[in-house]
Each structure stands twice: as C-alpha cells, then as structure tokens.
Design a binder for this molecule. Sequence first.
Ligand SMILES: [Zn+2]
Length: 433
Amino acid sequence: MATKADAETLAMALQLSQTEWWAPERLRGQQLRQTEALLRHAATTVRFHRTRLSEIIGALPPGGLTMDVFRTLPIMTRTDIQDAGDALISRALPAGHGKPFPVRTSGSTGRPIEVLGTDITSLYAGAFTMRGHLWHGRDLSAKNVDIRTANLPAKMMRRARWSAMPGTGRSIRIDIALSIDEIFEQLMTEDPTYLQTYPNTLLGLVEHSLEVGRKPRSLREVRAFGEALEPDVRQIISQAWNVSVVENYSATEIGTIAHQCPESTNLHVQSEGVLVEILDETGNPCEPSQTGRVVLTVLHNFATPLIRYEIGDYATVGAPCVCGRGLPVLTRVMGRERNLLVYPDGRKRFPIIRNGGFEDIAPFRQWQVIQRTVENLELRLVMPRPLTDDEENRVRAFFLREFGHPFNIAIEYFDHLPRAANGKFEEFRSEVS
Ligand SMILES: [Zn+2]
C-alpha cells in the first residue's frame, strides 16, 4: 500500500511530467516567482541572509524579481555554509514544511557540510528520482543495488526502496568502504537488474570483472552519480557489461540537480527544484558550449536557504535538446574526482572517510589526498596555521584507522588547492597505475 507521502510524491512526479515540456521562458517565470518567495523568507527569518538580501528585497515590488536583479545578489560558498552554522537556519519555517532533519555530506575527503532538509525537500527529491525512473523506462519491480556510504544498521541496508511506486522491488545497499573485489562478490550474489554508484567505483568493478572473467548476469543499466563521468569511462562500462550507463548530477546538500535525457547524453537541469547558473570568470552567464562555475539556488529549502551557492563544480552549457523538453541543458559536469586507493597487496578501495571526526582535529579549510606510490600518501592542507605536533599525530592515527594500512603520510601546506587542467577538483588522486 502506498503511504500518503508516496501518493504525494507520485502526484508531484505527474506534475513534473507536464512542466518539463514548458517553454524555457515559462519555466524561468515560475522559478523567479518561487525564488522571490524564498528570498523574502530568507531576508526576514535567516540571520546569514538578512544583511545580504535586505537592501534588494526592501526595494523589490511584489512579483518584481528579474534575472538581472537576481544576478546582483552575492554568491555564497561552501566555506560560508561551514562558517555560518546556525545563522543559516530559518527561525520561522512555514508550517507546511514539516519537521526539519539534518542532511550531512559524507563523501571521501574534504570538510563536510550540514544543512536541514524538510518534508518539502523530501517530496521534491522523491519526485525527481521518480522522473529519472520514468524517463529511462526502468522496471521498478526489479532489484536495485546502491554502492555508497553505508552507515546504517544491517537491517536498514536491506529494507530500502528505490521509488515511491507501489510494488517497487528491493534495493540493497553495498558498503562502498569494502574493497573492490569484496563489492564485486556481493554484486554477483545479489545479481541486480539496476545498479547505482560512482563512476570510478564502476570502472574499478568493470576492470576486476574483466580480470576474473565473470560479470553480473541480470544487470541492465547502471546509474552513475557523484563524480564526473568521462565519455571513455561510460563506453568501457557499457561495452564490458553490455549495459546502458545513465548519468545523474546530484549533491547531498542540494538533491538532484540534473538527470540524463532519455533521448541523448544531455543532462537536463531539474528546474522545478533548482535554479542553476553557469557563470564565466566575470560572473556573466555562459553561452552554449562554454564552461563555467556552477551556482545553485535551491528553490524549496526554506529551512536552510541556499541562494546563489557556488558548489565548486564546473559545467558546460548545452543548446536546447533534441527531445523538445524546455529544461535547460548541461552537456558535461566536471565535479569531484576520486580515484580508488590502491593497497600494497593490490586491493583497491574507494577512499572513503567515514564520519570519523577528521574535521574536529584542526581548523581545516580544504584538503586533498594524493597517492604517490602504494606506500606513500601526500596530504595537502589549506589552513589558517600549520598543525601542531599533537594534531599531526591525530591526523596520522586517523588515516591509519580509516584506511586500515600504515601508509606513509607527507603533510604539505597550500594557500589554495588547484584544480586539474580539465576543471575537476581531485579530492583523492592516485598516481599508482
Ligand atoms: Zn532532452
């Protein structure tokens, strides 16, 4: 039986199946109305936004928000979110948004971000997930496997569902902290029809699969998220396993940002939930085929309003899509990059850092790990000051515990961490072939 929340999610997905065909101008008009409501709410109930927004909002006639006005608002960064703490939380969440709950980025390396989610952000998250399923014609009664962080009790790991549709099949979560060969064996045992994980993990699994000469039998499609999906990686996976590879651009603190089009490899921005700007160095919007910084405004999160949030990814703008949908197009996203960690015995693993409290050790601003050889890691830090001896010992103990091997760790300090030539930010790079 569908719950009330499921029924609402399905109704919202139905609504989205209409709005995706709207003309771009009509979608933009709807976004501006919603953005204006968000700005007025944030200016009056969120301390962080009050001074940033008050002047513009004070002078804005009702219904008067235009993109030109919107683009004069200041950009916020990851550091702003981390430093703002409670100042970014609304003191007066409207009743219909339900009870807020924390949403925390985990991922591999880097300082985590915490925002609050609400019933409304969950509703949109579920509906966008459903839209992806409908676009790609997935058989929802089939089994799905998710390979990702698994800080859940074992029972919960087997109870998850992967859509709001009644009769949805089981979704099994496999812990990404396991080694690639262990994950592969679990995948073979589960034998799912669908699989979702990070591109570099998929690549590791496919390489292992080719090595051992076995492959998942029932697998029909893999969904790649969380990292940049390189065209050659897409091709390798699709050929080796004879499956389709579908990309999905999302972020824990935002939700789904873009889904791959059912008729092309274009990524369609989920405009009903997020206003995406791709900006050049001067802050002007990029034209089709130009690449720029991704700046996001989350339209329905009234608990932790994220307004013109520069997430740290780069994307390439596309021309209107052949499919006819009015949703804006990105042809490529250059997000985070995380190679697999290689152990001296040849095992490979996603370089996961669990919620082990790394960021409590010292005031890190940014960090990055480079694996130079199978025994040597370089930890690159951006900090207001160098680590003390005690902090350095705790950092080494932390990595020993998280990676389960006594890698040599060289600590290097930087003013900022440069991006790779292709725009990706390499959270973890392995130079071990
Ligand atoms: Zn399309």
